[in-house]
Ligand binder design. Structure first.
Ligand SMILES: CC(=O)N[C@H]1[C@@H](OP(=O)(O)O)O[C@H](CO)[C@@H](O)[C@@H]1O
Ligand SMILES: [Mg+2]
Length: 600
């Protein structure tokens, strides 16, 4: 969508909502109506509109690791109710919120919905129990009662002076259009709430737009592309001259997972210099099905070449996005005769970013100390989950970096990373970003200006410029495959590194992931960033005994937050040992939790 279309869409949507009898705007409510009348009106609107979206009986939804997800055919009522939720969140925070319709890397017949909070990150975890409660309410009356209680508790009133504004986005799934309508109706059921349809977007674009809108910045797609391309250009201009040789191949081939990311990247690449990007699996007719044998999740979990790639690509730098383009992994096709790859996963992307940022900070710090006796060094923190390959953690610690762990799910990693001046977080599957504190950004701006007059062109000034460019390039709201990809490319150019050289930063420990179907996955509870089982009792002791049998063995289990399975992760010094450890622990999980089925 271009700027004019977006503004027109915005206006049309505002106008059309004026005419919908069930979605009165604030201006329609006469100033004489008192709060009670508004409340009564509000309640009857919710009852009437909710009756058009009856929930599927017998199905329970849970907000999970990343919002509600299921087969798209049973999601309308959930999406309608999350529309109400997004509007309430906007009323409560007096800010713009976002609502994204996507099921990311899951199959094309699935869909899902999640909310972006005003800062652009995931919805606050405090509201998750309410989200669970309203989507599982059995009928409109129960739904209304829950809303009445919650709005009272949270002190949310309707029809106030400030309208609620919710930005909507969806990925390319065919079910997205109808679900978007359900979301709009949910939003319209809240007096004074306005839905703004931003069109088909990557998850990361929608989160970025919410953040920008609340900061009073330009927040259209064209602004997003302009920010990414200009900050990438800035980093490329700062590549040391002696490195600008033909050592690093400009060519990159990107697997778009047949999702939204491929087409967006085609748009973005028109504005990039110094990089030749070929996009495959962009979801165009005939190219294949979303996430089927393609995309970041497939490549990372299966460690094989995605569809559309083959013998002709041996040695070339390749990358895969996931279905909604918030995850990114790199890979290299190893030979013409097999489908094996050298996977460069989220841990290695994180390591590359950490190395580069640490280097730039130390250039600045060294200089800062000489000049201003700066004894307050910048706090750089790395955040991983237990799924991070142990070799990556060892590597990062050897670099002298502080590495901390959180449970799985970017909502946890993001929160932790925000505690640092520079917080770098990544899941092994390629979802992550780099966060810069406002304080650090102010300091960098000041340093940059100071150095521009005192010693323009010095290494110190360049380091400040690079860090500022990174903060504009890399998405500050959420993980973003497109901005992550540009940062990787700029750093490889800066270092003069091929993908092979990058991959050699450290050697991954062999690992294995399995899924075990059990009767009730909620019977498993864990602690210590999900690495220790608390319930059922006795299971952790068995895992410890198994793990102790293997040199460099590490193993943990946890209930998935997006699928009805227990996940088993094992690492050991050989692939065979990692496979055996995972298998034996999976058998114990079966024994403790029933079912006795096969493991994938
Ligand atoms: C092992 C794994 O990859 N888990 C994924 C997966 O969560 P689970 O709770 O493990 O199902 O989906 C999440 C949402 O996309 C992602 O954040 C997380 O990393
Ligand atoms: Mg995703």
């Amino acid at each position: 969508m271009n700027e004019a279309q977006a503004r027109q869409g915005d206006n049309l949507w505002r106008q059309s909502s004026e005419y919908l009898s069930l979605s009165p705007s604030r201006s329609q409510i006469s100033s004489q109506e008192n709060a009670m009348q508004v409340e009564e009106k509000q309640q009857s609107i919710i009852l009437q509109s909710a009756s058009r979206f009856p929930p599927i009986q017998g199905v329970r939804f849970s907000y999970g690791t990343a919002g509600f997800r299921s087969d798209a055919s049973i999601l309308s009522a959930t999406v309608f109710r999350v529309g109400i939720l997004a509007a309430l969140r906007s009323l409560k925070t007096r800010s713009v919120t976002g609502l994204m319709i996507t099921a990311s890397h899951n199959r094309v017949s699935d869909n899902g919905i999640k909310i972006a909070d005003p800062h652009g990150g995931m919805m606050t975890q405090d509201w998750e129990p309410f989200a669970d409660a309203i989507v599982n309410a059995g009928n409109p009356e129960d739904l209304l009662q829950l809303i009445i209680q919650f709005t009272k508790k949270e002190n949310i009133s309707f029809g106030g002076a400030q309208p609620a504004e919710i930005l909507l986005g969806r990925d390319t799934r065919p079910s997205g259009g109808a679900l978007l309508e359900a979301a709009k109706q949910g939003i319209n059921a809240v007096i004074g709430a306005v839905a703004i349809d931003m069109g088909i977007l990557t998850t990361s674009q929608l989160h970025w737009m919410v953040r920008c809108r609340n900061k009073g910045l330009e927040a259209l797609e064209c602004d997003y592309f302009a920010q990414l391309s200009s900050s990438f250009g800035c980093l490329m201009d700062l590549v040391p001259r002696d490195i600008i040789t033909d050592r690093v191949d400009e060519k990159l081939i990107v697997d778009g997972a047949n999702g939204v990311g491929g087409e967006k990247l085609k748009e973005l690449k028109k504005q990039l210099k110094g990089l030749v990007i070929q996009v495959r699996n962009s979801g165009k007719e005939g190219e294949g099905i979303l996430n089927e044998g393609v995309g970041a999740d497939y490549v990372q979990k299966e460690k094989v070449v995605p569809c559309g790639f083959g013998p002709n690509d041996v040695g070339i730098r390749c990358a895969s996005l996931d279905g909604d383009a918030d995850r990114l992994v790199y890979f290299r096709v190893l030979s013409t005769s097999s489908n094996s790859i050298d996977l460069v996963d989220g841990d290695k992307i994180l390591s590359l970013f950490a190395l580069f940022i640490k280097e730039q900070l130390s250039i600045l710090n060294k200089n800062g100390k000489e000049e201003s006796n700066n004894n307050n060094p910048v706090r750089l923190g790395i955040v991983q989950t237990a799924y991070a390959n142990g070799a990556s953690t060892d590597y990062l610690r050897l670099l002298g970096l502080e590495v901390v762990f959180t449970p799985t799910g970017v909502k946890y990693l993001h929160e932790k990373a925000a505690e640092y001046d520079v917080g770098i977080y990544f899941e092994a599957n390629g979802h992550g970003t780099v966060l810069f504190s406002e304080q650090l950004l102010c300091w960098l701006e000041a340093r940059k200006n100071e150095l521009a007059s005192a010693s323009a062109g010095c290494e110190c000034q360049k380091a400040a410029l690079r860090l500022l460019a990174i903060s504009r390039l890399i998405n500050q709201a959420v993980g973003d495959a497109l901005s992550g990809l540009l940062l990787v490319e700029a750093i490889l150019q800066h270092m003069g590194w091929s993908i092979e050289k990058w991959s050699e930063l450290y050697k991954d420990l062999p690992s294995k992931q399995l899924k075990v179907k059990v009767m009730d996955r909620t019977a498993v509870s864990t602690t210590n960033a999900e690495t220790v089982v608390v319930e059922p009792s006795g299971l952790q002791e068995v895992i410890n005994t198994e793990t102790a049998k293997y040199p460099k063995g590490r193993c943990f289990i946890r209930p998935s937050g997006t699928e009805d399975v227990i996940r088993v992760y094992a690492e050991a010094s050989t692939q065979e040992a990692a496979d055996n450890l995972a298998q034996s622990v999976a058998r114990h999980v079966d024994r403790f939790l029933g079912f006795c089925s096969s493991h994938e």
